[in-house]
Design a protein around this ligand. Structure first.
Ligand code: NDP
Length: 322
């Protein structure tokens, strides 16, 4: 007798749709703030002429315009010094109409990135990179959280995927993705394991994951045999592949990929191989998954920063008047 095996296809976690939902909520919040005479403002500093950074910054500024957020782009040359950058940041810290300050990374090697990120007022730190915000996140206090990990949590929550009590494994321990993602999953009561390049027997850990977050930066690194069937796979990786054989290996019989690759000479892939998605319960595609959320979360952080800072300003003004 042949045994019937029931197969269920994996759910695609659509980052583009979730981002649209968040942006609509932000636009509604902006409209409410405007009724109180507040126009939230975001300043973006883009140093030099790194093509990828220019594209990212342009889409951030464009999204601000779409949602009714005031934005300003500062474009100092690559020759700017750390001291000059510190002056720019200090000016933005002092300006009342600026609620969020974003320094587009990477900065030129001669600029002290760490010093600059620490110079941004924690109240205006919409990237969530300031140690004060990292500390607040760690101690479970309200904080401006880094956008990409915040987007991961939104995807899980809005897709009805339970986090509490689940085994969450994060591969990658960077300050901007891996560590804060682990912290946010822990705050949401997952049992969290963080893996990295020195982890011995990585598959032993990834196979235990109910929720697996891959933030490594290596195309298709997590293979199907490293994944527990039915797990939720969150693929943060954004890798540009230019090797045709590698594209064919990762995406056999994917006509759309092949067509796009033939046209552009490259294709963007995540850190998880597509064969692993096929056995998962749910997964974020690349592109169209986690990456789609990052700007939406930046907009949400800008509103959060505007509300918190302006409420604090109003409170201290009324204390002074009293
Ligand atoms: P980093 O290079 O800062 O960190 C990569 C992490 O992966 C490190 O912790 C490293 O370990 C770990 N790692 C590297 N090789 C291995 C290995 N063989 N086994 C296990 N762990 C390994 O990258 P980011 O965190 O900045 O970014 C990760 C990916 O996410 C990239 O593809 C990036 O483009 C993408 N990204 C996407 C964003 C989005 O909006 N969707 C935003 C930011 C990043 P160790 O610490 O030991 O070196």
């Amino acid at each position: 007798m042949t045994q019937m095996i029931e197969t269920k296809s994996a759910t695609v976690l659509d980052g583009i749709a979730i981002a649209a939902e968040i942006k609509a909520e932000v636009a509604a919040e902006v409209a409410k703030l405007k009724q109180q005479g507040i126009v939230p403002g975001l300043a973006v500093i883009l140093v030099g002429d790194v093509a990828a950074s220019q594209i990212y910054v342009r889409s951030k500024v464009k999204t601000c315009a779409e949602l009714g957020i005031y934005s300003e782009m500062l474009t100092p040359p690559a020759s700017i010094t750390t001291e000059e950058m510190l002056t720019l940041v200090a000016d933005l810290n002092a300006r009342d109409e600026i609620d969020g300050i974003l320094i587009q990374l990477p900065l030129p090697a001669h600029v002290d990135t760490k010093r600059l990120l620490e110079a941004v007022s924690p109240q205006k730190d919409v990237d969530g990179f300031h140690p004060i915000n990292a500390g607040r996140l760690q101690s479970g206090q309200p904080a401006l959280a880094p956008c990409t990990p915040a987007g991961i949590i939104e995807i899980l929550k809005r897709s009805g995927i339970a986090i509490a009590g689940k085994n969450a494994v994060v591969v990658g321990r960077s300050d901007i993705v891996g560590k804060p993602a682990a912290m946010m999953l822990l705050n949401a009561s997952a049992t969290v394991t963080v893996c990295h390049s020195r982890t011995v027997d990585l598959p032993k850990f990834t196979r235990e994951a109910d929720i697996l977050v891959a933030a490594i930066g290596r195309p298709g690194f997590v293979t199907a045999d490293m994944v527990k069937p039915g797990a939720t796979l969150i693929d943060v990786g954004i890798n540009r592949l230019t090797d045709a054989a590698e594209v064919e290996r990762l995406f056999p019989a994917d006509a759309r990929r092949a067509e796009g690759f033939a046209k552009r000479g490259s294709t963007v892939v995540g850190d998880i191989e597509p064969a692993a998605f096929a056995i998962s319960g749910a997964y974020t595609p690349v592109p169209g998954g986690v990456g789609a959320l990052t700007i939406a979360m930046l907009m949400q952080n800008t509103i959060t920063a505007a509300k918190a800072r302006r409420a604090a300003t109003t409170a201290s003004e009324s204390e002074t008047e009293a």
